[in-house]
Design a protein around this ligand. Sequence first.
Ligand code: PLP
Length: 341
Amino acid sequence: MEKKNIDWSNLGFGYMKTDLRYVSNYKNGTWDEGTLTGEDTITISECAGVLQYAQTIFEGLKAYTTKDGHIVTFRPDLNAARMADSAKRLEMPVFPEERFVEAVVKTVEANAAYVPPFGSGASLYLRPYMFGSSPVIGVKPAEEYQFRVFATPVGPYFKGGAKPITIRVSDFDRAAPNGTGHIKAGLNYAMSLHAIVSAHEEGFDENMYLDSKTRTKVEETGGANFLFVTKDNKIVTPKSDSILPSITRRSLMHVAKEYLGLEVEEREVFFDEVKDFAECGLCGTAAVISPVGKIYDHGKEICFPSGMEQMGPITQKLRETLTGIQMGEIEAPEGWIKVIK
Ligand SMILES: *Cc1c(COP(=O)(O)O)cnc(C)c1O
């Protein structure tokens, strides 16, 4: 198969239309058989549930080329399960988990020419999503839904090394107790836009959100989970019902314990303790881990000993090990790598 003529190493994180996407419609209580389509636009009712009441959920994962030349994805079964949880919380029908994985596989196969080569640092980003498509004016769930998966090639997250970022403690909240913080819903992002735009205007890369009830505990950023390293090399990640369970973070915790022999703890993390940690990183599919060098808290600064020039040694080791597993250079735990072709 001939690859597309794309300058892989200079791709950013943006949308590029690819050849085919997967679509399945839900009507009269059932999902249709689903198909690949070349049509990249969608026509729906002006009163569709997604447009009026934001009934939409999504996932994000990557397909990439391993060292031995296979095209694979990483733990797509966990994306399927998480999307099922998101659907239930927003009163949407679940797209069956096996079919979710199958739809991802079909979308990647159909766009194999857009999967970047091994070593480029780039990948094919996959965006499964679902939305209420039928008209809704009284507040209730839609009756019809559409599930889609599109693919878009994205560049290496860190061009020329991963420089630590500076984040601020936000005065805005991301998620309410007993709310929707634990699901991957567009609505959580709509309300984070003002906070991220104002963070950028003030010179910060990201927001650190605290728990909105007591404002004493670390939650996450707008789109990544925290991972901290203690001075005696223990890995600590916040536990909360309003955090989105990152697949990257869960994988890194496993890697820390089983591959690196480090102690791991998932527990409440009070903001007061943060100053005592040695390293801090943000976990998500896009970057795997981005190092945090500094946290700004209303005039006070927390500067991690790892500094602003490079990531801390444990963060680096975690990142290398997980990316090594993903790229087929280190043996993966059973079931982590889904080989597509
Ligand atoms: C998607 C997402 C993450 C990262 O999850 P991964 O599965 O690791 O990509 C973290 N936080 C939020 C709010 C997210 O939406």
